[in-house]
Design a protein around this ligand. Structure first.
Ligand SMILES: Nc1ncnc2c1ncn2[C@@H]1O[C@H](COP(=O)(O)OP(=O)(O)OP(=O)(O)O)[C@@H](O)[C@H]1O
Length: 338
């Protein structure tokens, strides 16, 4: 069940500038083309879990909506197991499941069991498969404890579990998840992550998820695709992401001195007793240079280099701070993209 995305774009006509005079806004000249998704290409193989990440407004939901067939691309192609999603929505809906963390697909006033029955009929799920699925959801999602409760009375975690079950009743081979753990407590998050891993491992379900949660990314994603301003800026594994985006490293040095510490081309970010945390840009300097410069003035007793944390990298990307990358680095990144 392969997903192939080829030179995909989505653009909208939007008002150019609200401060312009009304007569201009009312004419066509007041409009410009906004490229929300801008010429992106990537593949997802069967059984992968791919994190589709990026800052607010990057174009994630728009891409997912095109992949699910809700939106029609402006340019480019999508093929999901040979099906063009927007052209064959009915056929496509049989092979995909969708869970939106902030929206439920269940009927608010109805008990969970009634929603499941409605979906069973909508997707023409056989009695045997329905029973098999309910048994599975009973075991791994503990849905039995709230199956007769109306959806509006469920806790957030229960609602999410019910939504997962609903999206998988018809046995789809691809699951699109939009912020699947948003608002959940630590235990509920863990449970959802384990469930995603189980269906991926045992049923070979391919998963594409958007998330702001580093825990989701670290626990689940085999690969991440990062999009910003409609363009893919990274496509690869987590380790590679660390080396490509983690240009800032921290050197922790043990220094015997009464004087304030100063070091060229680097920033002191924390001091605790004799320990000093020195942040540097690995494109500007390196630990050897910093230590050689320090020992000219201070008595250095020990030092270690801290590896960049995925959490910090993700934070930088989501804050849009990665755009401080130099042009050379941008070119390097582009080479990593399919
Ligand atoms: N129908 C539309 N007309 C004009 N602009 C739109 C339309 N739909 C989305 N956009 C714009 O496209 C951009 C991308 O939106 P999208 O919802 O795909 O971002 P996102 O990456 O999912 O963000 P978030 O993480 O905030 O959900 C945003 O700037 C949004 O305002």
């Amino acid at each position: 069940m392969k997903i192939e995305v080829n030179q995909l774009s989505k653009h909208y006509q939007v008002q150019r500038n609200k401060k312009e005079p009304l007569w201009k806004l009312l004419s066509r000249r007041g409009y410009e083309t906004k490229r929300v998704v801008d010429n992106i290409s990537f593949n997802v193989e069967e059984g992968e879990i791919v994190g589709y990440l990026g800052p607010n407004g990057a174009g994630k939901s728009t891409t997912i909506k095109m992949l699910t067939g809700i939106l029609v691309p402006s340019e480019g192609e999508i093929l999901v197991n040979g099906i063009v999603p927007h052209k064959n929505r009915k056929e496509h809906s049989k092979q995909i499941g969708v869970v939106f963390g902030q929206r439920s697909q269940l009927w608010w006033e109805l008990p969970v069991a009634d929603s499941f029955n409605l979906l069973k009929h909508m997707y023409k799920v056989s009695d045997i498969q329905f029973k098999k699925k309910l048994d599975l959801f009973h075991d791994v999602l503990d849905i039995g404890s709230f199956i007769n409760t109306p959806v509006r009375n469920l806790s957030l975690g229960q609602k999410m579990r019910a939504d997962f079950a609903a999206s998988l009743l018809h046995d789809p081979q691809i699951l699109f998840l939009d912020e699947p753990t948003i608002g959940l407590d630590v235990v509920a998050k863990e449970r959802i992550r384990e469930f995603i891993q189980t269906i991926n491992r045992e049923n070979k379900v391919t998963v594409i998820l958007t998330t702001h949660d580093v825990g989701d990314i670290e626990a689940l994603c085999h690969r991440t695709i990062i999009i910003d301003k409609g363009k893919i800026i990274y496509n690869g594994d987590l380790d590679n992401m660390k080396s490509q985006f983690g240009k800032y490293r921290t050197l922790i040095v043990d220094i015997k001195t009464e004087k304030p510490v100063y070091v060229e081309n680097a920033t002191i970010v924390k001091v605790e007793g004799s320990k000093v945390w020195i942040q540097f840009n690995r494109n500007v300097t390196n630990p050897t240079q910093i230590i050689s410069s320090l020992i000219k003035t201070y008595e250095v007793e020990d030092f270690t280099v801290e590896e960049p944390q995925i959490e910090n990298i993700i934070k930088h990307i989501y804050d849009g701070k990665h755009s401080t990358l130099s042009n050379n680095e941008r070119v390097d990144l582009d080479y990593g993209i399919n």
